[in-house]
Design a protein around this ligand. Structure first.
Ligand SMILES: [Ca+2]
Ligand SMILES: [Ca+2]
Ligand SMILES: [Ca+2]
Ligand SMILES: [Ca+2]
Length: 346
């Protein structure tokens, strides 16, 4: 973790040094939310309400969306539970980085593939037997070098065959940021899951029109993108005017912005919202990516509520008690108890 911490420090220092402090007030914050759906998510305004059978494995998907007109450059997230109901499975923790065509979102990630690997805070035993609530801290994607044609960040449009990007249920693009599997351990209670800004913050990079290879500068490489893909309706990286076709208008846009350079924003200019209102009719709070790290602000409703159903509840169809069914009931309880003890020792 130490090498990535120092790398992150460099990334933030560089970003802050290049920040444009004259940015106008932010229109819509970056948005992250949890879903059971890894393919066609609802937008962030739809709350997740998950039912899963005790003893099985579920998957949580973290979806994200940058502020309009910008891309996310560095992302540091925590995933925190309030109750000891689920155990995050370490080797499943994945930051989505490869978007196809040899292009990545970040230079570095912190997840199960990192060295050393990112692990959750508690083991199955600690959750199941000791009753501790699990969490994942510093799930991250970040870049130190200037943007390049092979490291593009996240956003602000789904382009061409970019993997991990789709139109969400609200008609706006959404990016699959990360996935994690969990063991559903304790039947009965609810477990509330919250996203937090991680210790290293989150920041954007501004986009300049005409920067078709998204490397941060409008230059001849971007002209080549237009030329190579002219008339294409499938490779739409160079579709600057968004009419789903690479055409003369995209060339004009490039020409008008030749020489423009994108800017990294400091994290203090990045606002973040998690999930959607699910309980009290009050909008989710807006976090500042510098001052609101590793906290869950008041009025932030859970981003996922996971309810564990026990196998017993799922098959409860016995119409009336009898000696036989009571016998089965106690046998099953005994089996549950034995099974949980044996799992705990695993
Ligand atoms: Ca765990
Ligand atoms: Ca460029
Ligand atoms: Ca076009
Ligand atoms: Ca929330």
């Amino acid at each position: 973790m130490h090498h990535s911490r120092s790398a992150w420090f460099l990334a933030v220092v560089l970003s802050a040094g290049l920040a444009q402090l004259s940015q106008e007030c932010l229109a819509a914050p970056a948005h992250f939310w949890l879903s059971e759906d890894g393919v066609s998510p609802a937008g962030p305004n739809i709350a997740t309400n998950i039912n899963i059978e005790e003893g099985t494995v579920g998957t949580l998907y973290i979806w994200g969306r940058p502020e309009t007109g910008k891309k996310l450059r560095n992302i540091s997230l925590n995933l925190v539970t309030l109750q000891a109901g689920i155990d995050f499975i370490d080797n499943s923790i994945t930051m989505v980085n490869d978007v196809g065509g040899g292009i990545q979102r970040y230079e570095y990630t912190s997840d199960a593939t990192s060295s050393p690997a990112l692990e959750s805070e508690e083991t199955f035993f600690q959750v199941d037997t000791l009753g501790q609530a699990d969490s994942i801290e510093l799930l991250q994607g970040f870049s130190i070098s200037a943007s390049s044609a092979s490291v593009k960040g996240v956003g602000d449009q789904c382009v061409g065959a970019e993997t991990g990007c789709t139109l969400a249920g609200d008609g706006l693009p959404a990016w699959l940021i990360a996935t994690v599997d969990y063991n559903a351990i304790v039947g009965g209670p609810e477990t509330s899951v919250y996203l937090q800004i991680g210790e290293h913050g989150i920041n954007h990079e501004s986009l300049v029109p005409g920067d078709y290879d998204l490397n941060g500068i409008v230059d001849t490489d971007d002209f080549n993108e237009v030329q190579t893909n002219f008339s294409s309706t499938t490779n739409l990286w160079p579709d600057g005017n968004g009419n789903a076709r690479v055409d003369a208008a995209d060339y004009t846009l490039w020409q008008d912005n030749l020489g423009s350079v994108s800017a990294f924003e400091s994290a203090s200019l990045t606002s973040v919202r998690f999930g959607a209102d699910t309980i009290d009719g009050i909008d989710e709070p807006i976090y500042n990516a510098t001052t609101d790290r590793e906290v869950t602000l008041a009025m932030d409703d859970p981003d996922a509520i996971i309810t564990m159903t026990s196998p017993l509840q799922a098959t409860r169809v016995v119409p009336e008690p009898s000696t036989l069914s009571l016998f089965c009931f106690f046998s099953l309880c005994n089996w549950c108890f034995t099974r949980r003890v044996s799992l705990s020792k695993g």
